[in-house]
Structures are given as C-alpha cells and as structure tokens.
Design a protein around this ligand. Structure first.
Ligand code: T3D
Length: 258
C-alpha cells in the first residue's frame, strides 16, 4: 500500500493503491503515518518526496470504508485525530523539505496532503478537487490552514464552497504549484528537485520551515524574535561557515547537515 524508496538522501513515499485512486483506508493511513515518521526521524534522509501510483495522486478518504463506518454507527472512527492530523503535522513540521509529485487528481484529504508539502510539482494532467462539501463535509487535514495561505482566502473559499476542480495550468497561475510538466516527467522532475534540496543546507531549511509556520500566526515583533534565534543557530553551523568560505574562495558550497 505504501512504497518507501531511498536514493540520494531522498525518501520517496508512494501511495500505492492505484485501483482505488490511492484513496485512504485506515490501513493505508497507518502505513503512511509510519512512513512519514520514519522519514522525519532518519537523519540520513534530507528531503522527502510524496507521490501516488497510477493515474491519481490521492482521491482522499476511501469512501467505501467511510460508508461502512457510517452505516455501523462509528462515524469517522477517530481517523481525523488518529491519522490525518498527525500525518499533516509531521509533513509540515519535519525538519527537512517535502516535495509532492502530483501525478494526477488530488481530491479531498488527498489535496490536503499535497498542500501540506513544502513544494508541489504537478503533471499537466493533475487536478486539485476540494471534494469535501460535495459529500457534506468540511475541509480537514489542514486544508483550511494551508490553502488560504497558498492562494489567498477568497480563492480558497471559492474552491472549498463550490468544489470545482482546479486544473494544473490554473494551479500554476495561482502559485499553488511550483511547476507543471508533462505527465511522464513529473516524478523525475520532482525527484530532481528533492535531490537538489537534499544536497542543500538542511539545518537552514528546517529553520526556514519553522520561521514560515510561526510567522503565519504571530506578530512581526514575535516573528523577528524567532528569526533572530534561528539565525543564531544557523550561523553556528559548520555548513554556514563552510559555505561562507566557499563563497569567498569562489567555490561551490557543499552542505552536510552539520
Ligand atoms: O472518513 C473520514 O475520515 C472523513 C474525512 C474525509 C476526508 C476526505 O478526503 S473527504 C473527500 C473524499 N474524496 C472524494 O469525495 C473524492 C471522490 N472521488 C471523486 O470525486 C472522483 O473519483 C475523482 C475526481 C477523484 C476522480 O474521478 P474520475 O472520473 O477520474 O474517476 P472515477 O471513475 O470517479 O473513479 C475511479 C475509481 O476510483 C472508481 O472505482 P470503480 O468504479 O472503478 O471500482 C471510484 O469509485 C474509485 N474512487 C475514486 N475516489 C474514491 C474511490 N473509491 C473510494 N474512495 C474514494 N475517495
């Protein structure tokens, strides 16, 4: 259900349930949570790639399992607290960049997963569908937090209330994705981007993620204070010293996350 492949300090996590458009069962979400924890906690992993097998990125909650839970009176069976929230928290807070290779449709919580990543590379066939309202639900898995920060409150409200899918060119126009590429190039392009990030200043990237998340909900004085603290920590790294020396020597810096 999940593939976990490591190469070039990048952990590639693939949702692998293509017959059901990688929709999320409890079993798949358990496996995804394990994979994300593993990638977050492994110091040898310096960037993460998230993608889907087959023609979809992820169609969100598996609605067959969901219907069974509803019919049995189990409601959501606790999955938002048990799975969606910790998965999204880990993706957004792990101290390394996460790139989504959006190979096809990303719907409901599948779209939320893509929005939680730091960067998104999309296939020209990709679509983002805020499918929650279509089945009488409100957004979850962080979409209400991430999407309005990515494209603005007005557009986020439109997508969530009307539920109309957003195609890849429009997503690029809105700044929701970094690049749109032909379908057969999306994984390669996203992997190259992840490798580039894995070779970068991992500690500074971790500080950047923290600063961005913090500043989104704090005042300028508070954000300035955290920036100062994080910058002191970055300035004390060997990577910073080496990169500064490399600049003066007109050499290309190499970073070792130290
Ligand atoms: O339970 C909770 O914890 C609540 C949390 C909810 C979070 C959520 O994610 S809510 C949103 C859930 N997702 C959706 O509502 C999306 C449902 N799917 C669609 O709207 C469409 O399938 C797509 C836009 C994703 C793709 O459309 P299309 O025309 O390309 O494909 P299709 O023919 O509709 O689907 C292909 C197959 O995938 C089909 O199966 P079949 O008939 O060939 O056996 C379809 O049933 C299956 N599939 C697609 N999405 C889901 C799914 N099966 C289960 N769950 C799905 N979400």
């Amino acid at each position: 259900m999940i593939r976990y492949d490591v190469a070039d300090a990048v952990a590639a996590i693939t949702l692998d349930r293509p017959d059901a458009m990688n929709s999320l069962t409890a079993e798949l979400k358990d496996a995804l949570l394990d994979a994300v924890r593993r990638a977050a906690g492994d110091p040898a992993i310096r960037a993460v790639l998230l993608t889907g097998a087959g023609r979809a990125f992820c169609a969100g909650q598996d609605l067959r399992e969901h219907a069974d839970n509803l019919e049995a009176g189990r409601g959501l069976a606790g999955t938002v607290h048990r799975h969606y929230n910790p998965i999204v928290e880990l993706i957004t807070t792990m101290p390394k960049p996460v790139v989504a290779a959006v190979n096809g449709v990303a719907a409901g919580a599948g779209a939320s997963l893509a929005f939680a990543c730091d960067l998104r590379v999309a296939s020209e066939k990709a679509k983002f569908a805020l499918a929650f309202a279509g089945i009488g639900l409100a957004p979850d898995s962080g979409a209400s937090w991430t999407l309005q920060r990515l494209i603005g409150q007005g557009r986020a409200a439109e997508l969530m209330l009307l539920g109309e899918p957003l195609d890849a060119p429009r997503a690029l126009q809105l700044g929701l994705v970094t690049r749109v590429v032909p379908a057969d190039e999306v994984l390669k392009t996203a992997h190259e981007l992840a490798v580039r990030l894995a070779q970068g200043p991992t500690l500074a990237y971790a500080a950047t993620k923290r600063a961005l998340a913090y500043s989104a909900t704090h005042s300028l004085p508070d954000s300035l204070a955290l920036e100062a603290e994080l910058q002191d920590a970055c300035a004390a790294t060997q990577d910073h010293l080496n990169a500064t020396r490399a600049f003066l020597a007109k050499e290309r810096p190499t970073f070792h996350a130290e």
